[in-house]
Design a protein around this ligand. Structure first.
Ligand SMILES: [Mg+2]
Length: 375
């Protein structure tokens, strides 16, 4: 079975709210969630779907770069390739767009990877979780992302989310530094018994991170995500010895070679796993295997993923038994999408889709409605 055809649809999904990171809003409401949607057809006419969902203020890729890379370089490189040779598929993509400290435009490559996994599952009549060969869980609890300007707003968001069924809270810190400790404390106090962690998106210096870690410890928080810049291995290592909090790396953990280097340097004890930042499921599962074998903690994460990447993440996180609430916040921000049926989410728990492949059905009339006009 060979890959016969790849079509790329640049789409804009309407959003309900914007997310603010230390460097500012992740995108504008007008910009929406922009996705390069990929439809892969094999030589028997079967179809798989994948997505590139860049977050341009998180990493350097954009919708435009993903569409160009997919159409001009990645799709031509994999046409005619054996669908079941995923390692060879990535080798072909990596020959066209070279791997550096990150996997080389991983978000663009993710769309091809997800479409191939979806198609493999459909051809075999099994779910992607079955393809991954592990059923440690059949669902993933979802975390509510809290990005608040002050403690009062944080309490309002937390109380509303508790009423909606959330029992996990990821608090964005690093942008209102003077109030960060109070904001995290407000969430922890408003949600006793819930799992609360802080994500600074590289927003602190080492000194600030140590001070904040002490404050978070006093709130009962146990996990602190990417406190310091991704290139500052010295600070990552110093911070580990300065606090009993688990320090999970996100922006620093985009590629396997650098994660292996961090393990060798004893500078990492937890990873935030995002399917898209590593180039799709093929490398994400390797990172999960590496982490489990090295004794690292895993936390599920995303880039405001659109529904296909969301489904892929649920298959992966459940396969690897990632039972802490996962930051899969697409449904929190994306108002409408192109699925025929909504994702299986009940009571803020996402269930592994049971249909073959990624288990989601794309409604092509909705795709046409959301497709952006040519520039
Ligand atoms: Mg993060």
């Amino acid at each position: 079975m060979k890959i016969a055809k790849i079509e790329v649809f640049p789409v804009r999904l309407p959003m309900k709210a914007v997310l603010t990171l230390p460097r500012g809003p992740s995108r504008t409401l007008d910009e929406g969630k922009r996705v390069a949607l990929v439809k892969m057809t094999d030589d028997d006419g079967h179809v798989g779907w994948g997505e590139s969902g860049p977050s341009r203020r998180w990493s350097a890729e954009t919708l435009e770069s993903c569409v160009t890379s997919l159409r001009e370089y990645l799709a031509p490189a994999v046409i005619g390739h054996d669908l079941f040779d995923l390692a060879g598929l990535h080798a072909r993509m990596n020959r066209e767009l070279a791997v550096g400290l990150d996997p080389g435009q991983p978000i663009a490559k993710c769309a091809i990877d997800l479409a191939a996994h979806d198609l493999i599952g459909k051809r075999l009549g099994i779910t992607v979780q079955s393809w991954l060969g592990a059923k440690r869980a059949d669902s993933v609890p979802l975390a509510r992302l809290v990005s608040a300007a002050d403690p009062e707003e944080a309490v309002r968001i937390t109380q509303a989310a508790l009423a909606e069924g959330y029992r996990g809270f990821k608090v964005k810190v690093g942008h209102h530094k003077a109030l960060d400790a109070q904001i995290v404390q407000a969430v922890a106090q408003a949600a006793p018994g819930a799992f609360v962690w802080a994500d600074a998106n590289q927003g602190y210096t080492l000194e600030e991170a140590i001070r904040m870690a002490r404050a978070f410890e006093r709130c009962g928080v146990t996990l602190f995500e990417q406190p310091v810049p991704m290139s500052d291995v010295y600070a990552m290592k110093k911070l580990l010895s300065a606090t009993p909090l688990t320090i999970a790396l996100d922006e620093a953990a985009m590629g396997l070679p650098f994660v292996i280097d961090l393990i060798r340097r004893e500078a990492v004890e937890g990873l935030a796993i995002k399917v898209s930042k590593v180039g799709g499921l093929h490398y994400a599962r390797q990172m999960c295997d590496l982490a489990l074998n090295a004794g690292l903690a895993l936390i599920g994460s995303n880039l405001m993923d659109a529904p296909i990447t969301f489904a892929a993440s649920v298959h992966l996180f459940a396969a690897y038994g990632m039972t802490l609430p996962a930051d899969l916040n697409g449904p929190q921000f994306i108002a409408e999408d192109y699925l025929a049926e909504p994702l299986p989410i009940r009571g803020q728990v996402a269930y592994v889709p049971t249909a073959p492949g990624l288990g989601v059905v794309v409604d092509e009339s909705k795709v046409r409605r959301f497709t952006l006009p040519p520039a």
